[in-house]
Structure formats: C-alpha cells, structure tokens
Write a protein of this length. Structure first.
Length: 378
C-alpha cells in the first residue's frame, strides 16, 4: 500500500487539504487525514500539487506519430494510449474516422484484441462515420461516406466495451439509431446539417448527444436553431467540446457550459502528432499540416487537433475562466458518466480504480496512475 500526500485532492465533489489517498493494488483503498496514514504505507509526496481523477478522452484519432485509421491494430492502440497518458489520460476510445469497410473491420478486431491483451487505458471504440453528411465532411473522405454494413453493426453491438457511433441523423437509415441504442451503443450527432426538428426525432430513437459541439454541424441562429441550438436547449443531450483555443472561441465554451453544465465534457479529437515533433502527416491521401496549435488541410480547413487533455483543462481555466474543479470534472467525471463507467472512474473514492493524475501548480502533468500502475514524467 502507498499513500499520496502533500497535495490538493480533487475528488470530483470536494477539494481536500491535509489528506492522503491510499492505493492498494489497482484500487483506491481510502482517503484519510494526514494523521491517519497507516504506518505501513509508503508515502509519495506530491509537492503541493493537484491530485485528480485521471482524464477520459472519448475521441482519439491518433497520437505518438500514428493514426488509428492508418494502422488499426493493437500495437497502434497501445502507442496512441502511451502518447496520451503523458498528458493525464487514463481512459480513451481510439477513434476511426470514415474509412474503408476493411478498415472498420480491422479496427473492431483490434479493439477486441487490445481489450483481451489489457492495453492500459483502452475503454472501447468510437466510430466517427461513415454515415455523415458530405456537406459537413471536414477531413473525412467523401468517397467513403455511406452506411454501416450489417456485419459491422453486428460486430460493434457484440463488442464488450464502451462503443460510440457518430453519425448525421438526417443521413441515417430508419431504425439504425434505435437499433444501436438498444444494443447499448452510444449514438452522437456529428458532421451533420440536421435541423433542430431532426435532432428531436433522432432523440426519440435514442440519440445521446453531439460530437465536438459547434464544429462540423448546423449552427445556431434565432430562426434556425440547428444542431447547436437543439443540443444546448435539451437537458438530456450530452455534448463533447474541443477546448484548444482554435476550434471553439472561449466565449462559446463558457456559454455552452452555462447551458449544459454536467452534460458538457472535453475531447481532444487528437491526431498523430500528439506527443511528437511532427509538423505534417498524411491521412487518406490528404496532406495535413501542423501550425498555430492545430491541424489544417491544404485548403485551410481544420483537420483535427494536436490537443491533449491537460492542455484542454488549462484552457478551460484560463482563458475560459471556469473553476478548476469544474474543468477537471469535464475531463474525467462527466465523460465517465456518459460512458456508463461512473461506478469505477471519474472520481477519487474508496473502491474506485486507482487511475489518477498528479498535476503541478501550473497544471502540468507530473505523474499518472492507471489501475495503480505509476508513470512519472519530468
């Protein structure tokens, strides 16, 4: 057993001082007053920093120099997870953007094998596409936009893990959302031109929310609320958001937070360069350049990010001006709840997974624990 001491403990409900978190094996064994630390516990001094639930990212296209679309295998998943762990992520969903039928099948098999092999932090799979609106395709290749085939749907619904499908409701065959929802698959609207009325109809079928709010979706206006307005106005719909200072203005993030509160959470939409010095890469024949803190196609359109979860948290604190505890919940507690994993992740609580992040006073990552396994960083 060891004790994490000399830190601010952000449990998700409280911020505790002069307390310690006890770790025994893979789980949190307790939170005790400093005076009550067991004599047999090895003390780890966290130098007055912050201890928080580890971050959960449901939209990770790549990292460590690799895109999941390009290399949909277990080694790539592990490499991506290692790159993002450096920035506080303890749980992630490798995300496949619109690709070939063979790529979808390979991704599903890779996640199954990765879960069986115990890849640290792997929680499941996010399929972003192929059922999206060509008018909002972004970097998704238009030639590969279509519908999920029955074998793919069957394999997805049988996967014993967290599963997400992002689709455009207005382009979706009748019954697909309902079928996925009945099988426990989370369905999000994204890359969509859906009207507010179409979002409402999709919600009746089981739509859970929207992917990267404000980006690649019909915008909000007084007479045409679109996907953005529908999402902001509905208390039941979850919203992920990219807080990198490029994709969404800080005022828009703050406005979304006022509207959604506990239903708004952070994602990175990260690409291969995260954790590397890459300045460009190729995806499906498209050259993508890294500049101005993001990724861009040759025509200037955004193409994912180089964002990590720790930087997203820092951005929410400054300049967005959200409370630190709320920014931490947006990176951990809320995505865990969205995935249905809030009984073991997203909180510092006795019996929960010892999947934690230590941040210094500048909110830079110093160490990460995944199920009690520690990785220190300079």
């Amino acid at each position: 057993m060891f004790a994490l001491t000399n830190c601010r403990i952000h449990t998700s409900t409280d911020c505790l001082l002069e307390h310690a978190v006890l770790i025994d094996g893979k789980q949190i064994a307790g939170i005790v007053n400093d005076r009550e630390i067991p004599t047999n516990a090895q003390r780890h001094d966290l130098a007055g920093g912050h201890l928080a639930p580890g971050f959960i990212d449901i939209q990770v296209n790549g990292g460590g120099g690799v895109m999941f679309n390009d290399v949909p295998d277990v080694d790539a998943i592990a490499r991506i997870g290692t790159a993002h762990r450096r920035f506080g992520t303890v749980g992630f969903l490798p995300t496949l953007i619109t690709g070939s039928r063979d790529t979808v099948g390979a991704a599903l098999r890779a996640v199954e094998e990765g879960l069986a092999a115990g890849v640290p932090g792997l929680l499941g799979l996010h399929l972003e596409g192929p059922t999206i609106n060509p008018a909002r395709s972004g970097m998704h290749p238009k030639t590969k936009i279509g519908t999920l085939a029955d074998p793919e749907i069957t394999q997805l619904t049988e996967l014993s893990a967290a599963r997400i499908v992002t689709l455009a409701p207005e382009c979706t065959p009748p019954g697909l959302i309902a079928g996925l929802n009945a099988a426990g698959v989370k369905v999000l609207a994204g890359h969509t031109e859906a009207t507010a009325e179409e979002i409402a109809s999709a919600k009746v079928e089981g739509l859970d929310g929207v992917t990267h709010l404000f980006n690649a979706m019909s915008s909000f206006s007084g007479r045409a609320p679109g996907t953005v307005g529908a999402a902001l106005a509905d208390d039941d719909l979850w919203c992920s958001i990219i807080a990198d200072g490029v994709h969404v203005h800080e005022v828009s993030i703050r406005a979304a937070w006022y509207a959604k509160r506990e239903k708004l959470f952070l994602v990175t939409d990260a690409m291969a360069p995260v954790g590397t010095e890459m300045t460009e890469f190729e995806q499906d024949g498209q050259r993508i350049s890294v500049r101005d803190d993001s990724c861009f196609l040759a025509d200037g359109r955004l193409a994912g990010t180089i964002l990590d979860m720790a930087r997203a948290v820092r951005h929410c604190v400054d300049p967005v001006a959200l409370p630190l505890d709320e920014a931490l919940r947006m990176a951990s507690t809320y995505p865990a709840a969205f995935l249905g994993l809030s009984a073991r992740l997203g909180r510092i609580k006795t019996g929960y997974d010892a999947s934690l992040v230590w941040l210094d006073k500048d909110l830079e990552v110093k160490a990460v624990w995944i199920e009690g396994d520690q990785q220190l960083y300079d």
